[in-house]
Design a protein around this ligand. Sequence first.
Ligand code: WTA
Length: 635
Amino acid sequence: MSNYHIKHLEEYYGVYRKSIQKPEVFWEEVAEEHFLWRKRWDKVLSWDFNKPEIKWFEGAKLNITENCIDRHLTVRGDKTAILFEPNSPDEPAQHITYKELHERVNRFANVLKQEGIQKGDRVCIYLPMIPELAISVLACARIGAVHSVVFAGFSSTALSTRINDCEAKMVLTSDGSYRGAKTIDLKGIVDEALEDCSCVDTVLVAKRIQSDIQMKDGRDKWLQPLLDVASDQCEAEIMDAEDPLFILYTSGSTGMPKGMLHTTGGYMVYTAYTFKNVFQYDENDVYWCTADIGWITGHSYIVYGPLANGATTVMFEGVPSYPDMGRFWEIVEKHKVNQFYTAPTAIRALAKENLDFVEKYDLSSLKVLGSVGEPINEEAWHWYNDNVGKKKSPIVDTWWQTETGGIMISPIPFATPTKPTYATLPLPGINPSLMDENGIEIKGNQVDGRLCIKAPWPSIARSIWGNHQRYKDTYFSAYDNMYFTGDGALRDEVGYYRITGRVDDVIIVSGHNLGTAPIEDAVNEHQAVAESAIVGFPHDIKGNALYGYVILKETGETRNQDNLRKEINQIITEHIGPIAKLDKIQFTSGLPKTRSGKIMRRILRKIAGKDTSNLGDTSTLLNPEVVQEIIDNAL
Ligand code: WTA
């Protein structure tokens, strides 16, 4: 029986059972058969969720880029590794072969070294979706530098917070980026961010939009001239399996974003294994994930997972709406895409448009459709299934997290029968459980609870950068000896899982995780604001949108409320980014609070969602009278 590539449901059950009963034997076989190690491990797994400490393939030595690039050179050197599709359909696509990728990563790695980057140093990457982004990620990994990619839609404040937290020595950026018909001044944002970052010595700038930008003497350098003279050979740094590979920030419900730390060996094994099985990738397939490499989906399933399997992975610079709402389908036809992986928010936006945008194109190459980032609602699932997959391409609704590194619960296409809105079954090695609020495991089927995982899998994040205690508190303290995901889920009569959403104060807007506390902090910065509370409410395209309740300092505030709303959203844009803007802002004289002073968000959520039929018991509130006022003025 092949452990690596599952093709039938019975095979899945067999492999799954083995992976849970004997995880070490199972993962050792996968690791042995399919990867290039410079030295074998001494121990497959050691773990303690109480410390917490997790180690996979301890003692093993490797470089992930040798697995993603070098070992493919003899068998598929001329195969396209990265297929770059630019923002404008008029600009030709670029086919970067494995050989070219090897040369370009090596050159980039040599430039990093020459500019003083050493093993273990952190490099912040703030680049648009251009080849340099994927190449720089791999170049860091080549020399053992730790990359911290920051999504190039984040504001300068969000960027400087992330740079300072991991004390990055270098920032990689570009003169600007294209986003549909617009251009964005990325370098300007970096300049602003760096006013608050003393740790950064060097900024390397790629040219993309040919704009006229300021270069700071002694700090900023154009990338291309350095690459032009660098050698295209660079010995890979031999890393320990547990050496850090990257940091990626994700929002928590409170406080600073969490710098999730991923390490090398386990992450490689798990992302490669799940890529192969969840997408059923065959040698000549063209695979396309529409995410940005600034998110975990891009790290694991544009760069590392696909390249470790020698795949052709499409990298798209643009947006689904440019030049029109048919762009995704035009690209599928043009590159004969076989696997297509996107987010429910994009599907919902496209489903609102005229079907001609889809039907105009030949989508017959598609074999597998994927969804990630938030629950996919039934309507969107059917639209995707009927109009894109023509009912012949299974939809893999993949549930996972920045923290998990790879896909955890998902159908295996052609093996697991799909069911709308269900992520279905745990992948091999994943042992989920549903817990009640008192810490008791809920057994059996047709139940719901809080989703936990009972044992480690190879790509689980090992820590939060600089704050191991927070890692323990967030993920390992809610339930004894379990990883707590922060999500709620139900299990149906056959054991399929459906993820119902976050059970904490993280709200997923258009697939982006947003903690409410940092947004409230930003709102409270406005000089007219006394206090605020932010909740999510259902939105037919974004999944959730943000609703802010704001108390002003002066009750007789005479300023135009619409102007105040604009100013508040401007502050949010500056502090976090436009993705965190509030759709609705209601000014109120008070917020419902418990006697201990805690805001009753449950009530605010219901009012925002226009569901005031059953607000539950409000008599225990300190100020029950405010509830009626809020209902009367709800937007
Ligand atoms: C949510 C994205 C339902 C979930 C890979 C999780 C999902 C959070 C799904 C992680 C799905 C992700 N169905 N919910 N298929 N996939 N989520 O860290 O709430 O950006 O905890 O990782 O997204 O988001 P993150």
